[in-house]
Design a protein around this ligand. Structure first.
Ligand SMILES: Cc1cc2nc3c(=O)[nH]c(=O)nc-3n(C[C@H](O)[C@H](O)[C@H](O)COP(=O)(O)OP(=O)(O)OC[C@H]3O[C@@H](n4cnc5c(N)ncnc54)[C@H](O)[C@@H]3O)c2cc1C
Length: 306
């Protein structure tokens, strides 16, 4: 219930104005977002790589409605990849891209062209791109664009969301040689017709999908903070004899950093998803919806400012 309310607020410009101007917001944002500028992203990446983590960087923004804005997002990724390469941070750092930030909502061809330019720059820098997955109305379009990009850039990563009923079948399709697939639970508000609604059903689906990916030919990227699912991932890695170069764990910046460090020290590859930029509102609201306990963090920040 609370999750649905928060996810509905994520789409409200009125609530956005309220949250953006609240005095305590900065502290909360700082926990989950590396900063507003390319330099901030670079600094956070270097610190994580020094600690033995791999990184995927997300320039925040989504649901772009003008070509100008979509092209500006592409240009920021091109700049970022240049800066990372110069700093010697590729390949440990790659980028995550939302097609809706590149124009997918109003011009699929533009989104494809922009994504392709980013893939070319990543390839040149010696690293990879992963296409984030957004709400279910975009799944087919995103997988179509992925398939086209993979013709020239086969390392382009996909994201599949365990809460969608279709995902087991998508996992089977994508568990092919060289195919990088991030498996997550899913962060959007989805109707029952397309998505499992209870946490238990989503977790069970996650395990079924994880089994398909870990027993398949591709490169699974297990994106979760859930201790039970991480333990199952570790178990399947032993069972299917997958070393640190054949699968990875992924977690979000600012969430369970000790667990990220523990997995690194146990010899696993762990990639931290690092968002940066000033369009943090939708991202932050999805993090709050996942764990309404984070609202207490808001509360504490508010009290400490009084
Ligand atoms: C690297 C990465 C990339 C992602 N990419 C996408 C994507 O492209 N599309 C998409 O729809 N979703 C994406 N997600 C989000 C994902 O779908 C989930 O919404 C999110 O990861 C929470 O699910 P969970 O598996 O961690 O399990 P949950 O059951 O939500 O959480 C398990 C435990 O993890 C901890 N935890 C989880 N979330 C938080 C939080 N916000 N704050 C503090 N603690 C927390 C808590 O201890 C919690 O009990 C991504 C997640 C990761 C880690």
């Amino acid at each position: 219930m609370l999750r649905s309310v928060i996810l509905a607020a994520a789409r409200s410009s009125q609530v956005e104005r309220l949250v953006a101007t609240a005095p305590f917001t900065r502290d909360v944002v700082r926990r989950f977002v590396a900063g507003a500028r390319t330099d901030d992203a670079l600094r956070a990446t270097r610190a994580l790589v020094d600690d033995g983590l791999a990184v995927t960087l997300d320039f925040l923004g989504e649901d772009t409605v003008t070509a100008e804005h979509a092209n500006a997002t592409r240009d920021e990724y091109l700049k970022l990849l240049g800066v990372l390469s110069e700093a010697g941070l590729t390949p440990p750092a790659e980028v995550s891209v939302k097609l809706s930030a590149l124009g997918q909502m109003f011009d699929e061809q533009l989104a494809y062209d922009n994504a392709r330019a980013i893939c070319a720059a990543a390839d040149e820098a010696g690293t990879t791109v992963t296409l984030d997955m957004e709400d279910h109305t975009t799944t087919d379009s995103t997988l179509d664009i992925l398939a086209k990009l993979r013709k020239d850039y086969p390392s382009t990563g996909a994201v599949l969301q365990a809460y969608l009923r279709r995902t087991e079948s998508d996992c089977r399709e994508l568990a092919t040689a060289g195919s990088r697939v991030r498996l997550c639970k899913g962060a959007y508000r989805e109707p029952e017709s397309v998505a499992y609604q209870s946490a238990r059903e989503v977790d069970k689906s996650y395990v079924r999908c994880l089994n398909i990916l870990m027993s398949g030919e591709g490169h699974p990227m297990l994106a979760t903070h859930d201790p039970r699912l991480i333990a199952i991932g570790e178990d399947r890695a032993r069972w299917f004899d997958r070393g640190p170069d054949r699968f990875e764990f992924q977690m979000l910046y600012g969430i369970r950093p000790e667990e990220q460090a523990r997995l690194v020290s146990d010899g696993y590859t762990v990639r931290t998803y690092v968002p940066y930029g000033d369009q943090w509102y939708g991202y932050l609201m999805r993090r709050l919806a996942e764990r309404p306990a984070n609202l207490a963090f808001f509360g504490r920040a508010l009290l400490s400012k009084k």
